[in-house]
Design a protein around this ligand. Structure first.
Ligand code: PMV
Length: 329
């Protein structure tokens, strides 16, 4: 089939969330959604967003089968920015097999799956790095979900340049498990864009945060390449705590943690003292991601599930980048 044969045919893509070990927080260019700092992430496996794009009588966005007007506005503004012109009206149907907008990186898998589905629908044939840059305009962390395993994103050094991305290791190179402790299923009150803006404008620590990032990225990449779990653990917890310290020092301070979040952090450190290979990381939400060696995942899941305030735990390995999925007819 030629590109024109496949153009405007229904298209589907799957993408998984990713979790940053060296965190992204802050924008260099809010209009283009260009991050002020690079980041290093792991793409997850079992959690996924599946998105289908098809021609329709009107533009409609469905999340888990229900019409979502706020997300529809964001979705179609994104589509018109990158696939403008005389496009047909579209139905975009997105399904998450995990809670949305609660700090589980649903915007990352969401924009990554949407971008790959649109590329297939419009038969654009764009290379992966360009798709990652486009997805990153929707949500900064989404760029990383185009790739699997360990992914490094570098922020541009000059205005007008774009982000660059590079897979650092595939899952089989350094197998890890991730146990996610869900401590609340509510949507977060302050979204990451507003929170980053407030941090950059009011936190006295923001410039130091930005200045230290490249050294953290280089050190973490070296730890991944060397398969050095202890070093990666130390760097990742430090990056997480620094990011939360910077935002907690904004005015008013941004606090995404609850009591169970703290309990998980403490327990994870105790488990490490007891010989478990495990460390924590936390995004702009109350869930705790415990990254561990696959052999320790059972114990970590059990221990975190037993803590007061932990509603449930999810367990996953590392997974692949976003890809197109065939639609059965
Ligand atoms: O992709 P955004 O704009 O939702 O930003 C996500 C930022 C963090 O999840 C807190 C950190 C990261 O690097 O993913």
């Amino acid at each position: 089939m030629t590109a024109s044969d496949t153009k405007n045919q229904p298209a589907r893509a799957i993408a998984r969330p990713n979790i940053a070990l060296i965190k992204y927080w802050g924008k260099a260019d809010a209009r283009r959604n260009i991050p002020a700092v690079g980041s290093l992430s792991i793409t997850l496996d079992e959690l996924a967003t599946t998105t289908t794009v098809a021609e329709s009588g009107q533009d409609v966005f469905l999340l888990n089968g229900e019409a979502e007007t706020a997300m529809a506005t964001r979705c179609f503004a994104f589509i018109d920015r990158f696939w403008s012109g005389d496009r047909p009206r579209l139905s975009v149907s997105s399904d998450n097999n995990f809670p949305t907008a609660a700090g589980l990186a649903s915007s990352a898998s969401g924009f990554a799956a949407l971008t790959v589905a649109l590329d297939a629908f419009f038969a654009s044939g764009l290379p992966t790095e360009r798709l990652a840059q486009i997805a990153g305009a929707g949500s900064g962390s989404a760029a990383r979900s185009l790739y699997g395993g360990f992914v490094r994103l570098d922020a541009p050094t000059q205005a007008d340049d774009d982000i660059s991305l590079r897979p650092v290791a595939v899952p089989a190179d350094f197998p890890l498990a991730v146990v996610i402790a869900i401590t609340s299923e509510q949507r977060k009150k302050v979204g990451s864009t507003e929170a980053m803006q407030r941090t950059a404008q009011t936190s006295p620590y923001y410039s130091q945060w930005v200045a230290g990032q490249d050294a953290d990225l280089d050190a973490a990449e070296a730890a991944v390449v060397a398969r050095d779990f202890e070093r990666l653990a130390e760097l990742s917890e430090w990056s997480c705590l620094k990011m939360h310290a910077v935002m907690q020092a904004a005015r008013p301070g941004l606090i995404y943690w609850n009591a169970a979040t703290m309990a998980c952090m403490q327990r994870i450190r105790e488990l490490r003292d007891e010989g478990c290979r495990v460390f924590f990381t936390i995004d702009a939400g109350p869930q705790v991601k415990a990254v561990c060696s696959p052999g320790d995942a059972e114990r970590v899941s059990h221990e975190l599930a037993a803590l007061e305030g932990v509603r449930r735990v999810l367990r996953t390995g590392l997974g692949a980048g976003a890809s197109r999925v065939a639609i059965e007819r």
